[in-house]
Design a protein around this ligand. Structure first.
Ligand SMILES: [Zn+2]
Length: 292
Protein backbone atom coordinates (compact mmCIF):
# COMPACT_ATOMS: atom_id res chain seq x y z
CA UNK A 1 0.00 0.00 0.00
CA UNK A 2 2.75 2.39 0.96
CA UNK A 3 4.49 1.71 -2.34
CA UNK A 4 1.32 2.39 -4.30
CA UNK A 5 0.76 5.68 -2.49
CA UNK A 6 4.30 6.73 -3.25
CA UNK A 7 3.76 5.74 -6.84
CA UNK A 8 0.65 7.92 -7.11
CA UNK A 9 2.63 10.87 -5.75
CA UNK A 10 5.40 10.10 -8.19
CA UNK A 11 3.00 10.07 -11.13
CA UNK A 12 1.62 13.43 -10.07
CA UNK A 13 5.06 14.97 -9.68
CA UNK A 14 6.16 13.71 -13.07
CA UNK A 15 2.93 14.76 -14.79
CA UNK A 16 3.44 18.29 -13.46
CA UNK A 17 7.01 18.28 -14.63
CA UNK A 18 5.97 17.57 -18.21
CA UNK A 19 4.83 21.14 -18.79
CA UNK A 20 8.28 22.67 -19.13
CA UNK A 21 8.08 22.96 -22.90
CA UNK A 22 10.28 26.04 -23.18
CA UNK A 23 13.14 23.91 -21.91
CA UNK A 24 13.08 21.77 -25.03
CA UNK A 25 15.16 24.44 -26.77
CA UNK A 26 18.46 22.78 -25.93
CA UNK A 27 17.20 19.53 -27.40
CA UNK A 28 16.22 21.17 -30.66
CA UNK A 29 19.73 22.56 -30.91
CA UNK A 30 21.20 19.12 -30.27
CA UNK A 31 19.21 17.54 -33.06
CA UNK A 32 20.08 20.30 -35.52
CA UNK A 33 23.72 19.63 -34.80
CA UNK A 34 23.75 16.01 -35.82
CA UNK A 35 20.70 14.24 -37.11
CA UNK A 36 21.56 14.60 -40.76
CA UNK A 37 24.67 12.42 -40.53
CA UNK A 38 23.56 9.28 -38.76
CA UNK A 39 23.63 7.36 -42.02
CA UNK A 40 23.69 3.57 -41.97
CA UNK A 41 23.40 3.43 -38.18
CA UNK A 42 19.86 4.68 -38.39
CA UNK A 43 18.32 1.30 -39.10
CA UNK A 44 20.01 -0.71 -36.36
CA UNK A 45 17.00 -0.54 -34.12
CA UNK A 46 14.67 -1.49 -36.96
CA UNK A 47 16.60 -4.70 -37.50
CA UNK A 48 16.21 -5.77 -33.89
CA UNK A 49 12.51 -6.52 -34.22
CA UNK A 50 10.71 -7.20 -30.94
CA UNK A 51 9.65 -10.80 -30.50
CA UNK A 52 5.92 -11.16 -31.02
CA UNK A 53 4.53 -12.08 -27.64
CA UNK A 54 2.59 -15.26 -27.24
CA UNK A 55 1.15 -14.39 -23.86
CA UNK A 56 -1.31 -11.89 -25.27
CA UNK A 57 0.18 -8.87 -23.51
CA UNK A 58 -1.14 -5.88 -25.45
CA UNK A 59 0.10 -2.34 -24.89
CA UNK A 60 -2.38 -1.34 -22.13
CA UNK A 61 -1.49 -4.56 -20.29
CA UNK A 62 2.21 -3.87 -20.79
CA UNK A 63 1.76 -0.40 -19.24
CA UNK A 64 -0.19 -1.89 -16.33
CA UNK A 65 2.54 -4.46 -15.66
CA UNK A 66 5.09 -1.64 -15.83
CA UNK A 67 3.14 0.33 -13.22
CA UNK A 68 3.29 -2.65 -10.87
CA UNK A 69 7.04 -3.00 -11.44
CA UNK A 70 7.52 0.76 -10.91
CA UNK A 71 5.66 0.47 -7.58
CA UNK A 72 8.11 -2.28 -6.58
CA UNK A 73 11.09 -0.05 -7.41
CA UNK A 74 9.59 3.00 -5.69
CA UNK A 75 8.76 0.87 -2.67
CA UNK A 76 12.48 0.15 -2.30
CA UNK A 77 13.75 3.67 -3.05
CA UNK A 78 11.60 6.83 -3.13
CA UNK A 79 11.85 9.56 -5.73
CA UNK A 80 14.44 12.24 -5.01
CA UNK A 81 12.85 15.47 -3.78
CA UNK A 82 14.46 17.74 -6.37
CA UNK A 83 11.80 19.01 -8.82
CA UNK A 84 14.23 20.81 -11.20
CA UNK A 85 16.41 17.68 -11.52
CA UNK A 86 13.32 15.47 -12.03
CA UNK A 87 12.10 17.89 -14.70
CA UNK A 88 15.45 17.84 -16.47
CA UNK A 89 15.76 14.02 -16.58
CA UNK A 90 12.12 13.66 -17.67
CA UNK A 91 12.53 16.25 -20.45
CA UNK A 92 15.73 14.67 -21.73
CA UNK A 93 14.30 11.13 -21.51
CA UNK A 94 11.10 12.02 -23.36
CA UNK A 95 13.08 13.62 -26.15
CA UNK A 96 15.15 10.44 -26.56
CA UNK A 97 12.05 8.22 -26.43
CA UNK A 98 10.39 10.33 -29.12
CA UNK A 99 13.16 9.15 -31.50
CA UNK A 100 12.18 5.48 -31.17
CA UNK A 101 9.69 3.17 -32.86
CA UNK A 102 7.42 3.51 -29.82
CA UNK A 103 7.12 7.29 -29.36
CA UNK A 104 3.54 7.19 -28.05
CA UNK A 105 4.05 5.13 -24.90
CA UNK A 106 3.41 7.08 -21.66
CA UNK A 107 7.16 7.66 -21.20
CA UNK A 108 8.04 8.93 -17.72
CA UNK A 109 11.53 9.37 -16.25
CA UNK A 110 12.39 9.78 -12.59
CA UNK A 111 15.40 10.01 -10.27
CA UNK A 112 15.48 7.65 -7.26
CA UNK A 113 16.90 8.84 -3.94
CA UNK A 114 19.65 6.24 -3.82
CA UNK A 115 23.42 6.67 -3.66
CA UNK A 116 23.97 3.41 -5.58
CA UNK A 117 24.79 3.53 -9.30
CA UNK A 118 21.85 2.07 -11.21
CA UNK A 119 19.13 2.53 -13.82
CA UNK A 120 15.89 0.59 -14.30
CA UNK A 121 13.33 0.27 -17.07
CA UNK A 122 9.81 -1.04 -16.65
CA UNK A 123 7.51 -2.27 -19.44
CA UNK A 124 5.44 0.51 -20.96
CA UNK A 125 8.02 3.27 -20.50
CA UNK A 126 8.60 4.22 -16.85
CA UNK A 127 12.35 4.59 -16.37
CA UNK A 128 14.38 5.43 -13.28
CA UNK A 129 17.98 6.44 -12.67
CA UNK A 130 19.56 6.82 -9.24
CA UNK A 131 20.99 9.97 -7.70
CA UNK A 132 24.30 8.07 -7.36
CA UNK A 133 24.39 7.50 -11.11
CA UNK A 134 23.65 11.14 -11.93
CA UNK A 135 26.41 12.30 -9.56
CA UNK A 136 28.94 10.29 -11.58
CA UNK A 137 27.97 11.45 -15.08
CA UNK A 138 30.70 13.63 -16.58
CA UNK A 139 28.78 14.81 -19.65
CA UNK A 140 25.16 14.96 -20.72
CA UNK A 141 25.90 12.48 -23.52
CA UNK A 142 26.85 9.90 -20.86
CA UNK A 143 23.42 10.28 -19.25
CA UNK A 144 21.90 10.10 -22.73
CA UNK A 145 23.72 6.78 -23.23
CA UNK A 146 22.34 5.35 -19.99
CA UNK A 147 18.77 6.55 -20.62
CA UNK A 148 18.87 5.30 -24.22
CA UNK A 149 19.98 1.84 -23.05
CA UNK A 150 16.97 1.68 -20.71
CA UNK A 151 14.62 3.05 -23.40
CA UNK A 152 15.84 0.30 -25.74
CA UNK A 153 14.83 -2.37 -23.18
CA UNK A 154 11.29 -0.97 -23.33
CA UNK A 155 11.15 -0.54 -27.12
CA UNK A 156 12.39 -4.12 -27.61
CA UNK A 157 10.01 -5.42 -24.88
CA UNK A 158 12.79 -7.25 -23.06
CA UNK A 159 10.97 -7.51 -19.72
CA UNK A 160 7.72 -8.64 -21.32
CA UNK A 161 9.57 -11.24 -23.37
CA UNK A 162 11.45 -12.41 -20.27
CA UNK A 163 8.13 -12.90 -18.51
CA UNK A 164 7.12 -15.26 -21.25
CA UNK A 165 10.27 -17.32 -21.22
CA UNK A 166 10.50 -20.50 -19.23
CA UNK A 167 12.96 -18.86 -16.86
CA UNK A 168 10.17 -16.98 -15.12
CA UNK A 169 8.38 -19.98 -13.71
CA UNK A 170 6.57 -17.98 -11.07
CA UNK A 171 3.71 -17.64 -13.52
CA UNK A 172 3.63 -21.40 -13.90
CA UNK A 173 3.66 -20.94 -17.64
CA UNK A 174 0.12 -19.65 -17.44
CA UNK A 175 -0.89 -16.72 -19.58
CA UNK A 176 -1.63 -13.56 -17.61
CA UNK A 177 -4.87 -13.11 -19.50
CA UNK A 178 -6.22 -16.53 -18.59
CA UNK A 179 -5.11 -15.91 -15.01
CA UNK A 180 -7.23 -12.77 -14.89
CA UNK A 181 -10.09 -14.38 -16.78
CA UNK A 182 -10.37 -16.86 -13.94
CA UNK A 183 -10.92 -13.96 -11.56
CA UNK A 184 -7.54 -14.27 -9.83
CA UNK A 185 -6.65 -10.60 -10.17
CA UNK A 186 -5.23 -10.17 -6.65
CA UNK A 187 -3.18 -13.31 -6.97
CA UNK A 188 -2.01 -12.23 -10.42
CA UNK A 189 -0.83 -8.86 -9.06
CA UNK A 190 0.96 -10.56 -6.17
CA UNK A 191 2.82 -12.81 -8.58
CA UNK A 192 3.61 -9.83 -10.77
CA UNK A 193 5.22 -7.99 -7.85
CA UNK A 194 7.35 -11.05 -7.03
CA UNK A 195 8.32 -11.36 -10.66
CA UNK A 196 9.34 -7.69 -10.74
CA UNK A 197 11.52 -8.14 -7.64
CA UNK A 198 13.19 -11.16 -9.21
CA UNK A 199 13.80 -9.38 -12.51
CA UNK A 200 15.42 -6.35 -10.89
CA UNK A 201 17.67 -8.40 -8.62
CA UNK A 202 18.69 -11.12 -11.10
CA UNK A 203 18.71 -9.07 -14.29
CA UNK A 204 17.76 -9.80 -17.88
CA UNK A 205 19.36 -12.08 -20.43
CA UNK A 206 22.93 -11.13 -21.39
CA UNK A 207 21.84 -10.99 -25.03
CA UNK A 208 19.16 -8.45 -24.15
CA UNK A 209 21.78 -6.26 -22.46
CA UNK A 210 24.01 -6.29 -25.55
CA UNK A 211 20.98 -5.52 -27.76
CA UNK A 212 20.00 -2.60 -25.50
CA UNK A 213 23.55 -1.24 -25.71
CA UNK A 214 23.65 -1.21 -29.50
CA UNK A 215 20.07 0.07 -29.89
CA UNK A 216 20.78 2.69 -27.20
CA UNK A 217 23.67 4.06 -29.22
CA UNK A 218 21.34 4.42 -32.23
CA UNK A 219 18.76 6.28 -30.16
CA UNK A 220 21.41 8.68 -28.81
CA UNK A 221 22.67 9.37 -32.35
CA UNK A 222 19.15 9.87 -33.72
CA UNK A 223 18.50 12.40 -30.95
CA UNK A 224 21.56 14.41 -31.92
CA UNK A 225 23.90 13.39 -29.11
CA UNK A 226 27.41 11.96 -29.18
CA UNK A 227 26.87 8.18 -29.56
CA UNK A 228 30.06 7.55 -27.56
CA UNK A 229 28.36 8.58 -24.29
CA UNK A 230 27.42 4.99 -23.43
CA UNK A 231 30.88 3.51 -24.23
CA UNK A 232 32.37 6.27 -22.04
CA UNK A 233 30.18 5.16 -19.11
CA UNK A 234 31.18 1.52 -19.69
CA UNK A 235 34.83 2.53 -19.66
CA UNK A 236 34.34 4.21 -16.30
CA UNK A 237 32.62 1.07 -15.01
CA UNK A 238 35.52 -1.04 -16.25
CA UNK A 239 37.76 0.74 -13.76
CA UNK A 240 35.22 0.31 -10.97
CA UNK A 241 35.45 -2.41 -8.32
CA UNK A 242 32.48 -4.78 -8.37
CA UNK A 243 33.00 -5.10 -4.61
CA UNK A 244 31.90 -1.50 -4.05
CA UNK A 245 28.37 -1.70 -2.58
CA UNK A 246 27.18 1.18 -4.73
CA UNK A 247 27.94 -0.83 -7.87
CA UNK A 248 27.33 -4.43 -6.79
CA UNK A 249 23.72 -4.69 -8.05
CA UNK A 250 24.68 -3.31 -11.45
CA UNK A 251 27.53 -5.80 -11.80
CA UNK A 252 25.32 -8.69 -10.67
CA UNK A 253 22.57 -7.88 -13.18
CA UNK A 254 24.67 -7.03 -16.26
CA UNK A 255 27.48 -8.63 -18.29
CA UNK A 256 30.94 -7.24 -17.46
CA UNK A 257 31.70 -3.76 -18.83
CA UNK A 258 34.58 -5.29 -20.83
CA UNK A 259 32.25 -7.76 -22.57
CA UNK A 260 29.69 -5.01 -23.21
CA UNK A 261 32.36 -2.73 -24.73
CA UNK A 262 33.59 -5.54 -26.94
CA UNK A 263 30.08 -6.32 -28.19
CA UNK A 264 29.30 -2.63 -28.65
CA UNK A 265 32.46 -1.91 -30.60
CA UNK A 266 31.47 -4.63 -33.10
CA UNK A 267 28.02 -3.11 -33.65
CA UNK A 268 29.33 0.48 -33.75
CA UNK A 269 32.24 -0.31 -36.02
CA UNK A 270 32.56 2.39 -38.66
CA UNK A 271 28.96 3.51 -38.30
CA UNK A 272 29.32 6.42 -35.94
CA UNK A 273 31.28 9.61 -35.81
CA UNK A 274 31.41 11.30 -32.41
CA UNK A 275 32.09 14.67 -34.00
CA UNK A 276 28.54 14.71 -35.39
CA UNK A 277 26.91 14.60 -31.98
CA UNK A 278 26.62 16.96 -29.04
CA UNK A 279 28.18 16.06 -25.69
CA UNK A 280 25.62 18.36 -24.08
CA UNK A 281 26.21 20.53 -21.06
CA UNK A 282 27.48 20.05 -17.52
CA UNK A 283 25.03 19.36 -14.73
CA UNK A 284 25.87 22.64 -13.02
CA UNK A 285 24.81 24.57 -16.13
CA UNK A 286 21.77 22.39 -16.73
CA UNK A 287 20.48 22.59 -13.17
CA UNK A 288 20.65 26.39 -13.37
CA UNK A 289 18.44 26.29 -16.50
CA UNK A 290 15.91 23.95 -14.92
CA UNK A 291 15.76 25.88 -11.62
CA UNK A 292 14.46 29.02 -13.26
ZN1 LIG B 1 20.10 -3.12 -19.22
Amino acid sequence: MRALQKFAVACLALALSGSATAQFDFLNKAIDAAKSKIGPAGNLLDKAKPVVDSMGIDEPKEVEIGNEFAAVLLGAKPLLNDPPLQRYVNTLGRWLASQTERPDLPWTFGVLDDVGFNAFATPGGKIFVTKGLLMRMRTESELVGVLSHEIAHVVLKHHVNAMQSKAWTDFGGEAASSYIAKGNLAEYKGKLVNLGKEMYTKGLDKGDEYAADSAGVVIAARAGFDPYGLPAVLQTLQAQSAQDNNFSLLFETHPSPTDRLESLSKSMNGRFDSSNGSVGKSFAERSKEFSR
